[in-house]
Design a protein around this ligand. Structure first.
Ligand SMILES: [Zn+2]
Length: 318
């Protein structure tokens, strides 16, 4: 069972030892179940398990919390301590379309990139994208929108899942992409698509998801990264998705008529994962090469602030 707090962070009611669940009595936890018109509805659960017996959870209280009355689409009045958590929030009311990938609130410069990303069909990224775009399934919905984020955050995928529309929302701050190449923006969109997939997958089909991502579940349960769900996701990205992101970028580039050495795509694929243990374990020269490439494709400058040639094509997001 997935239980989240006010910020949509996952709170575990489970503890594991040597891969087995041990006795635990969890406190009452709150899980946000809806976020509509500036209000959140929270289900408060009490979960109890004895020894290795099954955990039983029940809803003991439901309450609604609202953060403002001007209804102007302002940010929820929440204090996110992790910059990646800034800007998440309500899905807005009355706009529940059945479109699987909804990008009507993206800037046009990003909509044109999305139209190529939606054509990705190969590898695990292709299957994630196609799962979102498959009109028959209609269980995995992804809303992409433009919005202002904190200074060091280009994009943010909310952990909040809207159960009524089965939708996860990603906000992109296109102002940060004024000097970015198409490939830099594409790697950001692809990165966020995996966050969106994981949030959707664990809510829509939790048993399958838990079976597919055992290490991620252990990291959650043992609070290896505290309650930072993004960090848990990123560790999984570093384990399983770096070469998949690289392949997707290569496919994207081919769709646009270009090819480059695979190492270039692989370096870009580490973007957003530079805080992970896997990245830290890379050779120093490799880390510097990657960080320079990620920075150059995003800003046109290297780590020393010097202008360098970009490999991708400058986008129109400026
Ligand atoms: Zn991320």
């Amino acid at each position: 069972m997935i239980i989240t707090d006010w910020n949509g962070n996952l709170i575990t009611g489970y503890k594991y030892k040597d891969g087995k669940s041990i006795a635990q009595i969890a406190k009452t936890k709150g899980g946000r179940i809806a976020s509509i018109n500036g209000c959140d509805t929270i289900n408060w659960w009490t979960c109890v398990s004895v020894n290795e017996g099954p955990e039983s959870c029940r809803i003991t209280e439901t309450e609604t919390y609202c953060w403002g009355s001007n209804g102007g689409g302002g940010a929820p009045n929440e204090d996110y301590d992790n910059p990646e958590y800034a800007g998440g929030g309500s899905s807005g009311g009355g706009n529940n379309s059945s479109v699987d990938i909804n990008n009507q609130d993206l800037k046009p410069c990003m909509q044109s990139l999305m139209s190529d990303i939606e054509r990705l069909a190969n590898g695990s990224i292709g299957s994630i994208i196609q799962r979102f775009s498959n009109n028959n399934a209609s269980k995995y919905n992804w809303k992409l929108k433009d919005g202002q984020l904190t200074p060091n955050t280009n994009a943010f995928t909310s952990q909040i899942f809207d159960p009524s529309t089965k939708t996860v929302t990603t906000t992109f701050d296109s102002q940060k992409f004024s000097q970015a190449t198409d490939l830099s923006i594409a790697r950001t969109i692809i990165h966020e698509s995996i966050h969106a997939f994981l949030v959707n997958h664990f809510r829509v089909d939790p048993l399958t998801a838990q079976g597919q991502f055992p290490q991620l579940m252990k990291d959650y349960a043992n609070e290896i990264y505290g309650r930072d769900v993004n960090a848990v996701h990123h560790a999984e990205f570093a384990r399983n998705y770096v070469s998949a992101i690289a392949s997707a970028l290569a496919e994207f580039d081919i769709l646009r008529g270009y090819t480059h050495p695979f190492q270039f795509y692989e370096d870009l694929a580490w973007g957003g994962l530079e805080g992970t243990e896997a990245f830290n374990n890379l050779d120093e020269t490799v880390k510097i090469r990657i960080s320079n490439r990620v920075r150059i494709e995003l800003t046109g400058k290297d780590l020393n602030g010097n202008y360098q040639n970009q490999i991708g094509r400058l986008s129109d997001c400026h």
